[in-house]
Design a protein around this ligand. Structure first.
Ligand code: ASP
Ligand code: MG
Length: 443
């Protein structure tokens, strides 16, 4: 069985929802994971922000607008009374649930409940639509099987057994439909897998069901070999292996949630990125494919801060790096890139919310300097070190761009360079021109 996940824009309007209905009908039997309609989760975040601030009229206005939108979708997508009644019942319940928080002190748990509403709405409406089309569709509530452990990781054993049992109790089914993104935490409270987390749901579901394939449907024809917003004539990459895809997803290619790669990789299930607007296009397939000696794609990650810690004490000493890393760990801040020399170390972070405290602590060990507004440019492909010359081509392309940091050899799949944000577009274009022009780029 295949698992198909449709993102927010794929279900972003009545027309797009009906189109998803066509795609799902053609793919059945299958499991379908849906995001909220585009814009909904952002509106829910806004509602929660108003409620945190005690601004009930602000929340009320956003809730009213959102509810009106869903009433229109139910009216325009669904034809018959039964389907409209079923979907309207969910709309009633969800919006009454949100409004119930208006009269209580607001909490994080309440926020999580509000954030879960988008997927509850989109799946209820899609379920009504598919049923109305005569398809045998069962809605499997994610809140009844998707659970995380104390660590925040998915509880794969629980998910596998619950989901399988739920599927067994709905045997006359061709389409199993469920919500992306939402889950319960170890304490049993409603929670989520973080923004963009529906991809992760699809991958977890695919893994526990040992699916034939996990399909992530968006509105772009696969993972492109560079950022189409800045570089002309980018092309979809036909094949990536899991490591390459993970690097690209983490370092900027917004099409896939980075966490999504791991469950698929561990269970060796191919992930296919497909385009709802061009369903016949081959897209990108992510699998265990052998590396093929080429550079495949380039991505950029913005808003990077780099810290340099220089210390005479590092010379011939051990334990210095440990202290530096421990500082970041104490402040729960992840390091992306690093470069070391005998007298100093530079590390990059993207979450600078604890920067002042981190710098304060690092000053115990050395002289600290900070550069902000930097960008990591990540070049991905078969960069195993015996593949001569690939790193030289990357550096040649960046010939007249100042490079703050280089990281190569950490994995077989990536070279990362850190440049100023002002040089980002120039660097992306230079790399595409140098690495992909004239050959079968990205293949
Ligand atoms: N609806 C959630 C979000 O907007 C999850 C997702 O779409 O993947 O982040
Ligand atoms: Mg997404």
């Amino acid at each position: 069985m295949k698992v198909l996940k449709f993102g927010g824009t794929s279900v972003g309007s009545v027309e797009r929802m009906a189109h998803v209905g066509d795609l799902v009908a053609a793919a059945s039997p299958c499991v379908v994971v849906l995001s909220a309609m585009s814009g909904t989760t952002n509106s829910l975040v806004e509602i929660a922000e108003y409620l945190y601030k005690g601004n009930v009229p602000g929340a009320q206005e956003t809730v009213n607008a959102l509810e009106a939108k869903y009433r229109r979708v139910v009216r325009d997508l669904l034809r018959g009374g039964a389907a409209q009644t079923a979907a309207s019942a969910t709309v009633d319940k969800v919006f009454a649930g949100i409004r119930a928080f208006f009269n209580e002190p607001f909490s994080e748990a309440a926020e999580k409940e509000i954030l879960a509403c988008g997927e509850l709405l989109s799946t209820a409406i899609m379920h009504a639509h598919l049923t109305e089309r005569g398809l045998r569709c069962s809605l499997l509530p994610a809140l009844e099987f998707m659970r995380t452990l104390e660590s925040g990781e998915p509880d794969m054993v629980h998910i596998a057994s619950r989901l399988r049992r739920m599927m067994e109790t709905a045997p006359e089914t061709d389409i199993y439909l469920t919500q992306g993104y939402i889950c319960r935490n170890a304490g049993g409270g409603i929670d989520n897998l973080r923004r963009g987390g529906s991809d992760y749901t699809a991958s977890i579901v695919g893994a526990v069901l040992d699916a034939e394939e996990i399909q992530i449907w968006t509105d772009i024809d696969g993972m492109h070999n560079n950022d189409p917003r800045y570089v002309e004539a980018t092309r979809p990459v036909a094949n990536l292996n899991y490591e390459e895809a993970a690097e690209l997803a983490y370092f900027g290619a917004k099409i896939l949630h980075p966490s999504c790669v791991l469950p698929a990789k561990l269970h060796n299930i191919p992930v296919r990125l497909l385009n709802t607007l061009e369903p016949e296009a081959p897209g990108t397939i992510i699998s265990n494919a052998e590396p093929c000696g080429t550079i495949k794609a380039i991505a950029a990650k913005d808003n990077i801060t780099v810290l340099k810690i220089k210390s005479g004490r590092m010379l011939l000493a051990y334990g210095f790096l440990h202290k530096v890393f421990e500082t970041f760990e104490n402040h729960r801040t992840a390091i992306d890139m690093m470069a070391t020399s005998e007298v100093g170390v530079s590390v990059s972070i993207d979450d600078d919310s604890r920067l002042t405290a981190i710098v304060d602590d690092l000053k115990h060990f050395g002289t600290v300097t900070v550069d902000r507004n930097m960008v990591i440019i990540c070049v991905v492909g078969d960069l195993e070190w015996h593949n001569r010359g690939l790193q030289a081509r990357v550096m040649e392309a960046l010939g007249d761009i100042p490079v703050r940091m280089i990281s190569y050899g950490g994995s077989n799949y990536n070279i990362s360079v850190l440049v100023r944000a002002d040089d980002k577009v120039k660097a992306l274009r230079a790399l595409s021109a140098h690495l992909f022009c004239g050959d079968a780029a990205g293949e």
